[in-house]
Write a protein that binds this ligand. Sequence first.
Ligand code: SF4
Length: 470
Amino acid sequence: MSPVIPIAAEPAPAPTAGSCAAERPVQRERGQREVFCGLTGIVWLHRKLQDAFFLVVGSRTCAHLLQSAAGVMIFAEPRFATAIIDDRDLAGLADANDELDGVVAQLVSRRPDIRLLFLVGSCPSEVIKLDLGRAAERLSQRLLPQVRVLHYSGSGIETTFTQGEDACLASLVPLMPTVGTAALPSLARGDAGTPADGAPPTSLLVVGALADIVEDQFRRLFAELGIPEVHFLPPRRAGALPPVGPGTRVLMAQPFLAETVRALEARGARRIPAVFPLGAEGTTEWVHAACLAFGVPHTTFAMAVGPRRERAARSMQRHRLALQGRRVFFFPDSQLEVPLARFLARELGMQLTEVGTPYLHRQHLAEELALLPDPVVLTEGQDVEAQLDRCRAAAPDLVVCGLGLANPLEAEGLATKWSIELVFTPVQGFEQAADLAELFTRPLVRRHKLGATDAPAPAPTPASPWRHAA
Ligand code: SF4
């Protein structure tokens, strides 16, 4: 094993109108898939967790994927690297565990700033059955208290790229400190209902990696609303893991965190059912769900949220003009497809031709599914050739898909939006609503500039009033 690069530095019935969320027909596909693997999550997680390091135990392919996806120069000393499983490891000529220990020792001595080290499994490490769980335990015993070692899998076998974040955050949950169940003063007075089957709420835990600027905006908003204790997972520093207990109320900021939420629920936390904070409506409903859980008076909610929602809706108007009535097709990729489809249909007036998603968590997406227009074609999983045929037949104005499909579809004359960009870019919250809308307008404007006559003319593009807001 050798250290690489940056260490030195089935078909469903036709949809029926009026179907409720739990009954919406979903076409399930089990064919060839075109998705990135979970290693991709390292690209945004290493920026968020500022004292963590991600060591992929994988192949040169894994190393190349990371290098190109992250776009970081070697001399920039990024906080990720790949320990290459080479021919000697594969042939059994070297003990992969000894090799891994050597790579980790080398890494830790060169990077004393590391406090948390993730060993990230890959397809090759799974194929040779390298037990990274044991390796992490062994190395933790050796390196604590300076460095804690955890592991998770980013393998591309039967997963999609956002599951890397889910696996990473789930690995952090056992380390989170436990808290008691003291009720909030307002709740003790009976201002909000105490759940009959659980402890009263004591703290809000927002789950899902958000850009720091978005996290700060939500912190300010929740403070204005009077929710006293708000935490975020992941935190910015490994040593600042938020507490969890029966009084913890989990508000999901991303829809692809099923394992993490399951682990938090096993620690006593309870999920607040909500849509996701995309767009003016989505963010309003998301915040409102938290307010209901914490007994925030409606007037307080309306005063804090009303002006923000209005500004967000105004900032999206020109994008609505460009997108209204246009048809969009989603290939399954990021697991953000259902919330995005809701946003595009309800707030920007787009028509949904097909909404494909790799996995459909009906419970976590119940509120989103309820807001989708009727009828809507929903697919789960993928049979890429069949889906490409449906996409060509539908001839949508815009296709949201993975990188591997975007160029061929562009070559066929279809406008595309890379779904991965919607995970990299700060898009949650009121202040980012126009930026989110612009991500969908841009490919159409580009086609207009290239001479496609049916594409919308570029709207005047004043900077979003939010872009430079504190
Ligand atoms: Fe490829 Fe698997 Fe490595 Fe991902 S983990 S880059 S799918 S070999």
